[in-house]
Design a protein around this ligand. Structure first.
Ligand code: THU
Length: 135
């Protein structure tokens, strides 16, 4: 795997803000944009998309993971999420699990407390390794 790409956090922020502007949020009026650098150097992004059955809302990270797969798959090297004001937003609990699934070993996240690792934002995570046959 190629993890040699330096992280351009400003580019991720710009991409997250652009994604946020496409959010469909008639119910919460809380637009979110997510962007990530992949381990092979692509940038993927997504916005939140709500619907009338409030609980079925798609977070920005869901769309971003779809973009990851549609654009070639792979793993996430760095992640940036913003709210409607362009401020850094922490990913919700469900989305931390989504990010964990596709983390590169050295994945970093921009947080309200600065850059953190995946392990710091989702400690003791449940993951694919726990699905191996326990017998
Ligand atoms: N939201 C996201 O898109 N990602 C998160 O990590 C936090 C929450 C969205 C879901 C909903 O459309 C709105 O923010 C308010 O919860």
């Amino acid at each position: 795997m190629d993890n040699t790409h330096d992280v351009d956090w400003a580019a991720l922020e710009r991409t997250a803000v652009a994604a946020m502007k496409k959010a469909y949020v008639p119910y919460s009026k809380f637009p979110v944009g997510a962007a990530a650098l992949t381990a092979d150097g692509r940038i993927v992004s997504g916005c939140n998309v709500e619907n009338a059955s409030y609980g079925l809302t798609l977070c920005a990270e869901c769309a971003m993971v779809g973009d990851l797969h549609m654009s070639g798959g792979g793993l996430l090297r760095a992640f940036y999420c913003v709210d409607g004001a362009g401020n850094v937003l922490m990913p919700c609990g469900r989305c931390r699990q989504l990010l964990y699934e596709f983390r590169a070993p050295d994945m970093e996240l921009m947080t309200t407390q600065g850059i953190k690792t995946m392990d710091q934002v989702l400690p003791d995570a449940f993951g694919p390794e726990h699905l191996e046959d326990p017998r």
